[in-house]
Design a protein around this ligand. Structure first.
Ligand code: IPD
Ligand code: CA
Ligand code: CA
Length: 265
């Protein structure tokens, strides 16, 4: 497998997709809803996913594709090379703000993350990593993550998880929110993972995300020594939806031990 070539192509295609999305800022979007009134999709989400799929199929016909908008394959396992694509992560931000969204592309081999790319289209910032090769913001290497304590940490999470909800006892979240230095919510899981990777936030928690939301970010964060698990501290499967908990190592361990204690939810 020529991973350098795959990395090269992936970057080239992400940059081209980003340029296409920037052009759409002057166009009228066709906006539809999916599972509920706030679950939005646009013609650009679909066009960009189809763009990646046509490129991948032409050059790597034996690779498999897991895409949010459903134009890829239906997978029962992660055998072989799998491209996990979120053409626009943060579609609500894309529609309302034309910023704070990203393209997220993770490339896995037999379930192991090999390449991760997250492109902040508005800022023209490409975060990328190849396993064993470090992580970068454009050409600049990112520094390994430093441990932090809850008291000195900014934690990214959606306010809905601190309200009564179906997925976690919100009473577990209240002490964490109270003890942390601050909380933030950006509306794009991929960007929130990039913010962990760059130390702009120290942890990111979510109760339910899909493989394409987290595949790229996991490669980038792990390359910097951070931990990426579900809220029970277990490895992600990258095949089904799961919760997500990512942080620098020290913070990950102390939040799991002191706030998300096993058996309490
Ligand atoms: C969503 C964003 C959001 C997260 C949602 C995701 P989408 O992705 O990442 O921040 O809270 O759970 O579904 O739908 O904009 O690609
Ligand atoms: Ca997403
Ligand atoms: Ca999306």
């Amino acid at each position: 497998m020529d991973w350098d070539q795959i990395y090269f192509h992936a970057k080239e295609w992400v940059n081209a997709a980003g340029a296409r999305i920037r052009l759409s800022f002057d166009e009228t979007l066709n906006i539809q809803t999916k599972s509920n009134a706030n679950d939005l999709v646009t013609n650009m989400d679909k066009e960009i996913e189809q763009f990646f799929i046509s490129k991948i199929r032409a050059v790597y016909p034996d690779h498999k594709i897991l895409g949010e908008e459903g134009f890829g394959d239906t997978l029962e396992n992660l055998d072989g090379v799998v491209w996990m694509i979120d053409p626009i992560d943060g579609t609500m931000n894309f529609i309302h703000q034309q910023r704070n969204f990203a393209i997220s592309l993770g490339i896995y081999e037999n379930g192991i993350g090999k390449i991760g790319l997250i492109y902040d289209v508005f800022h023209d910032e490409l975060y990328h990593a190849k396993r064993g090769n470090g992580a970068y913001l454009n050409e600049k290497p990112l520094a390994p993550l430093k441990d932090s304590t809850v008291k000195e940490s900014i934690i990214a999470l959606n306010a809905t998880w601190v309200m009564e909800n179906r997925r976690i006892d919100h009473n577990l979240m209240i002490p964490l929110v109270r003890d942390a230095r601050g909380t933030r919510s950006y509306g794009s899981a991929a960007l929130e993972m990039v913010f962990v990777a760059t130390g702009r936030v120290d942890a990111y928690l979510s109760m339910r995300l899909s493989p394409w939301d987290v595949a790229a970010g996991a490669v980038i964060i792990e390359e910097l020594g951070g931990f990426v698990t579900n809220l029970r501290g277990e490895k992600l499967s990258f095949l089904a939806q799961d919760s997500l908990f990512t942080a620098n190592q020290g913070l990950h361990q102390s939040i799991l031990k002191d706030y998300l204690k096993e058996g309490r939810w």
